[in-house]
Every structure is written in C-alpha cells, then in structure tokens.
Write a protein that binds this ligand. Sequence first.
Ligand SMILES: [Zn+2]
Length: 261
Amino acid sequence: MLPRKYLFPRVIEMNYQAGRRLGVNVYLIDGGSEYVLIDVGFEDTLNDIIDLIRELDFSLSACKMLIATHADVDHVQGITRARELLRTKVAAHPNSVKPLETGDPILTFARIEAQGIDIPMPRCKVDILLNDGDVINVGEIRLEVWHTPGHTPGQLSFKLNDLLFVGDNIYKDGCVGVIDAHHGSNLADFVASLERIKNDDSQFLLPSHGPVFRRDNRVIQQAIERLTKYQHMADFGTCAVDWPLLAEWEADVIAGRLPKL
Ligand SMILES: [Zn+2]
C-alpha cells in the first residue's frame, strides 16, 4: 500500500500523489466509506490513476461517482472507460450533457482543425445531473455544487468547507480557462462566476490545472477587470458584447464626417 498524500483532510490530488505530471488535476474526495473523483483526464493516463487508487487502498467499487467539471476533452476523455472500469456513475451539469453524450469534437475541444488537433472523444452517458445548490453526500462529507459558467456553459465548481474546487475559472497566476466562442464561452457569465468566487469565504482554491493555492482576492479582481475589458474588445470576436470603436466609426460614417488625421 502506498501512503496517501492528503493535500487537505479528505482531499487527494492524483498528480501530487503520483509525484509526476499526469495532466489535468484529478481530485479524489475521500468520504471515508466512499469517494468521488472530480475529473479523470485523458484516456492514456486512466490506467495509472486507477492503479494509484488501488495502491492507496481504496476499493474501486467504493467510487460513488465520477464528476465532470465540464466537457473538455482534457478533463473527461477517459470518463467513459472509467465509468465502465469502476462500474460507477457519471455526473455533470445539464449543459454538459450534449457534448458528453454526443462526444461533440468542437464543443469538447477534441478537434481544432486549424491547429491539426483531432483526438478521439468517446461518448459518455451522463447518469446524474448536477445543478447549482445540489449537495453531493460522499460518506461523511457534503460537497456543495456551484454552477459557474463562463469558460463553458456547463462548468461546475464545488465547495467543501473552506475549500473551493474552481475548475477552469481561475488559476494561481490569475489566468483563466480559455475563452472561445466555439466552446460556448461567455464573458459576462465568466465575470459573474469570478465575482461569486471572490465573494465566497473559502480559504483555498483547488483549480483543474496547476497548483492549489490560497485565495487572494487581488488576483481574482485582476482577472475580473481583465475579462470586463475583454467584453468591449474586438480581440474576443463574438464573445465581446460590443466594440466602442466600431460604434464611433459608424456614427462618423452616417454623419458624413471624415476622419480627423
Ligand atoms: Zn481545462
């Protein structure tokens, strides 16, 4: 048996546990008699993760559910196979059901044709719908479900006492999950989700990528201000809500004013 490296009481993260980079953060929430996994990552690291679970002396049959924070391929490509191997259920937000159940390559980022990215995205049945305000009982503990759209429409976060699992909402350096129209990103929703995280009383944030960190509202505020600006920048295409320069230009054109150069 391998010694369990708890990051916090009840929380193991598989990259930290393995001592090497597997990919996306995979959290095992240990409720004592049962556990859940938050994301499982790519298929090619799934066997390593399942071996680790065994070596940590968790029973495979004690896995209550596999939670998809959202439907991106790097988070859930292995979830179909994990559902079979662990004989457990898959849980996700209703907005993630279509991409998960159809394996839609655009919505899941499995295919980015212009960059030569095209990887398989197996279809996965969603057994349990998770909505904002739901509570997941895992043995002795309670995980509160937050719907935090923005990066994707189905992005979930989870609160466990003073820990907040924030998915792709915010990382330690203030970066956020990719903003992409094809993927259903929404800047106004993203800002609202970040405000909610900022206003929470959790002490530690546990993101889907990179290090776990102590909540620092200055970092979150900077991200909020950045994304608020993005809403008015052409850089973000159809994710922007307006582009003030274009409105000015149109007013000039209509009024017959030539540019003052
Ligand atoms: Zn991600």
